[in-house]
Each structure stands twice: as structure tokens, then as C-alpha cells.
Design a binder for this molecule. Sequence first.
Ligand code: NAI
Ligand code: F6P
Length: 387
Amino acid sequence: MKAVHFGAGNIGRGFVGLLLHEAGYELVFADVAEALITQLAAADSYAVHEVGENPTVRTVDNFRALNSSLQEAELVAEISTADIVTTAVGPHILKFVAPAITKGIAARDAGLAPLQVMACENAINATDILRDEIAALWDDAAGSLDSLAVFANTAVDRIVPNQDAGQGLDVTVETFYEWVIDRKPFAGAPPAIPGATFVEDLAPYIERKLFTVNTGHAAAAYFGFEAGLEKLSDAMADQDVAEDVRAVLEETKQLLVSKHGFSNEEQEAYVQKILVRFSNPYLPDTVSRVGRAPLRKLSRNERFIGPAAELAERGIVPEALLGAIAAALRFNDPADAEATELAQILASSTPAEATARITGLTPEHPLFDAVSTLVEERQAEPAKAPA
Ligand SMILES: NC(=O)C1=CN([C@@H]2O[C@H](COP(=O)(O)OP(=O)(O)OC[C@H]3O[C@@H](n4cnc5c(N)ncnc54)[C@H](O)[C@@H]3O)[C@@H](O)[C@H]2O)C=CC1
Ligand SMILES: O=P(O)(O)OC[C@H]1O[C@](O)(CO)[C@@H](O)[C@@H]1O
């Protein structure tokens, strides 16, 4: 069994690659980072250090590595004979990996089982986004795309911080992980990945993950950044930050319980578990990493505006989420390109224009005025040096 995985970064090596390896797949990593690919191609194995409760070390071997920019022909050949293609590159990068996957699918022998394609990104239905990119490039002369490939959405959850440069290929991760995959697209048996869970209806799992784990984590990052803290676990140890995060998760709990029918107790247990995960002092995680890409995180269907908009549509004012959105508007990490772009939008637009551009909300939406007020308040603040 062979899997081609795009993105040999934190989640690629520390989660998806690890689980596929443990499921018995031979791995081909594809990435554009030449130094990383050279290192992987020269290595026989790397270690995944799981830290926290019951720490352990796992070894990943039986992999190869290709530069997806420089070695496209080899990559297409690998995809043409692979069983699985996965990605962990970031939702905005999917369009750049689509061409090689399209060519690889088109080059498959007719007798092969359909290629199983799963995008493992923090975005709702990321595989659908990838499928749309592939479908746009697809030439029907190569056959029917849906008979040659299966596209399954997934939700991936494991905290993998940025790695210490001195660590080489080894990755430090939390012990917890969850990979939930939509079973429906697989006509026969789904792939045998013991670490994954297959479900008939992925929507509640994706929304619960994005609007609890990712909303809470990013909220801790933005509140922590405002408080001048660097480590995520230090932010969670700050009583004010912890209370603000808790209040945000109370609001998303209200939405998730009423929308998806999770019981209050079940959702509360889920929240408690993730608060412990965020506070893991052994994870070298930073508010800069967890808060990265604020424009993506403040976009319409993402972790803040998504749940806040749905609550507002139900006549509820999401005070705590609005507090997190206000903190996100103050995330001016100079190392983050999206934080710089956010500052430029705030500096060059009216409050209504900036609100629409940043959040995708329309002026008629019941959340619009509240966010526009926050934007206006942020614009009125003197330019502040990063904390
Ligand atoms: N780190 C985490 O804790 C989690 C991350 N995720 C999601 O996983 C995805 C990846 O995140 P990380 O691993 O943290 O990021 P990362 O930055 O560590 O890894 C991304 C990798 O993709 C590579 N890449 C960029 N463009 C590429 C292209 N065109 N072709 C091939 N490779 C390319 C980069 O060189 C990098 O090695 C994101 O969607 C993120 O939201 C999901 C759950 C947890
Ligand atoms: O690219 P994003 O959305 O910040 O993804 C990384 C996030 O996903 C998580 O792993 C949660 O699964 C958090 O560790 C992390 O903040």
C-alpha cells in the first residue's frame, strides 16, 4: 500500500504521515521546501515525540521524499500508482497541489482501484475544495473523475507546534489525536487506517472540532498576545485569559448543542478535555503560531465569524466571541504576513468596508454592526507596537 502525502510540515510528519505509516503504508512525502525534502530523502527514519500524559516516542520509516515543484514527473508517476493521497499544506495551498494530483489520476491504469483523496486541513470540507480545483483541470478524455478517484472530507485534530530548528526531522506533538473521515464516499470498505474514525455524517464532527478546538485555541492565542504572553500554556495559566476562553467556548457550546444535538454533558466534557490540551506545559507552542493567519481565521465560515454569525441569526448576542474578534483585530505580530495585511486594511478603509473585507459579512447581517463597531474602535486606537 502506498500513500502520497503533500506537506511534510508539522501535521504532515507528526500526524498524517505517522498514522499512515502505522497503518502499513509506504509513504511518499511531497513538499516545496527544498531543504526539508533533501533532509527527508537522505533519512531512513524520524521520531515523533508525544508529550503530556503517557509520553511516548514513535518511529516513522519506509518513506521517500520528492520536491513537488522540481520533480513533478516523478510525483505524478507516484500518484498514478498510489492508494491514497493526503494533504496538510494549508487550505489556501490546495489549488497549487491540484495540478499534480489531476495528472496522477489521469495517468492511472484502468484496472486500479480509485485513488482515495483526503485533504487534512483546518477548514470545513477541505477535500471538496481540492476536488473542485481538480475538477476544474480535469479533461473528460481521461475518463470520469469520479470513477478514478474518491474524495472524502476529514477533520484532523492534534496540536503540533512549530519545531525547534535543532531537532532535525523529529517532531514533538501532544499525545491526543483524532482523525475523523467521512465514510460515505467509499463505495466498498474505507481504507484500513487503525488511527482514523469513519463516520456516516461528518458535518457535526467538523463543526464541533473547528468551533471548539480551533475557536478556543485561537481565542487563547489572541487574548494571550494582547496580554503580552508568548507561550500558549502561559496564556492558559493567566486567569483572565482562561476565563475569556471559557466564555467563548460556552457560546460555541450553546450553538453546537442546539444545532447538532450533542448533549450538554457531552459537549462540556469535550470542552474540558481541550482546555487541558491547550494548557499542556510540555508543548513548546506559541501564541504567534496558534494565532497565525488572522485574516483566514476571521473569514466568513471560519472559527469566529462562523459561530458568532449563527448565534446572531438566532437572536443571541455573542459577547464573548465578539471579545475574541476584537482581540484578533489587535494581533499585529510583525512576523505574520496576514497580520500586516489586516493592519493595512484597517488603516485604509472605513469601518464598514473593513468589516466586509475582513469578515465577508454583508451589512444586512445581524452581526455586522457589532463587528463594525469593534473595527471602528480598533481603528481609533493609536498604532501600538507589537507586545
Ligand atoms: N499544526 C497543527 O497543530 C495542525 C494543523 N492543521 C492543519 O494542517 C495544515 C498544515 O499545517 P502545519 O503542518 O501546522 O503547517 P506547516 O507549515 O508545518 O506545514 C505545511 C507544509 O506544507 C508545505 N507546502 C506549502 N506549499 C506547498 C505546495 N504547494 N506543495 C507541497 N507542499 C507545500 C510547506 O513547505 C510546509 O512544509 C493546515 O491546514 C493546518 O490548519 C490541522 C490540525 C492541527
Ligand atoms: O492553521 P491553523 O488553523 O492555525 O491550524 C493549526 C491549529 O489546529 C490545531 O491543531 C487544532 O487541531 C491547533 O493546534 C492549531 O492551532
